[in-house]
Design a protein around this ligand. Structure first.
Ligand code: MN
Length: 265
């Protein structure tokens, strides 16, 4: 009787243990909530023009802080909960998942390794931001929404990270290049990538989205201001104060962007 019960219990548990072989365990409510947030974030970033067919957002796993979640290789606008995959600290796919991941997952893995405070990473190629990675004009906070840019934004030079063969295809598709990017980022919230794009990091998915959206807006406003003359930037102190005030309110824009993205579908 006991043996029969154990056999039945084992038979019932077996499918459960394989249920999340592909992607994060959605049976866990914390994981489910984060995956749903990540899906919304993908749609917002597309709707706000921060990503197009390319670009991605990830989140650190709430169950294993060395792991992170990110979509399989599809356009951000098309991402659903079923597309989210789980990766380990080295950017390797977890759980025998055979689906194709993004080539640039090492942007995410190496930043999570280097920055314990970071729980979400956004990478995109906004055209407005590119000029600041290829010129000598620094991207600096020009209005109160982008205080997180602080003293200015570091630039990742992929040739330096690539070493002996500096002529890459510009993609951060090895752990070595990811490490170089994480080093360039340092303690900043945003790093520009020369001739490629940018990466923004934060302590939550909504704040990472907030920073990515306002990095793009800051770049557009700064470029306009530069046409008029020499812009007056926020001081370091102003930037810090503005960041504290505005990021507290970031949920307001998140909720609005969420509705906009949903109605655009
Ligand atoms: Mn890229």
């Amino acid at each position: 009787m006991l043996r029969a019960s154990i056999a039945i219990a084992a038979a019932l548990l077996l499918p459960l243990s394989f249920a999340h072989a592909e992607g994060p365990n959605l049976q866990d409510p914390k994981v489910k909530a984060l995956v749903d947030e990540l899906v919304v974030a993908n749609h917002i970033l597309y709707n706000q023009g921060v990503v197009d067919g390319f670009g991605h957002i990830s989140a650190r796993s709430p169950l294993d802080s060395t792991h992170f979640f990110m979509s399989r290789s599809v356009a951000p606008s098309a991402v659903t909960a079923a597309d989210i995959m789980e990766f380990d600290a080295d950017g390797a796919v977890v759980g025998g998942d055979q689906r194709a991941p993004y080539a640039e997952r090492f942007i995410h893995s190496e930043i999570y390794k280097a920055r314990g405070d970071v729980t979400s990473v956004v990478h995109g190629h906004s055209p407005s931001v590119i000029p600041y990675g290829v010129s000598h004009v620094p991207l600096r906070p020009v209005f109160h929404m982008s205080g997180f840019l602080g003293k200015g934004t570091p630039i990742f030079e992929i040739r330096d990270a690539a070493g002996a063969e500096p002529d890459t295809d510009m993609l951060v598709k090895t752990p070595r290049l990811g490490t170089g990017l994480a080093q360039a980022l340092g303690k900043s919230s945003v790093v520009l990538m020369r001739g490629h794009g940018f990466t923004a990091v934060a302590y939550s998915v909504p704040v990472a989205v907030f920073r990515a959206v306002y990095t793009d807006q800051n770049a557009r406003i700064e470029s306009e201001a530069l046409k008029l003359g020499r812009p007056q930037f926020l001081s370091e102190e102003e930037a810090m104060n503005a960041q504290t005030s505005m990021e507290k309110l970031s949920v307001r824009s998140w909720e609005m962007w969420k509705v906009q993205a949903a109605s655009a579908k």
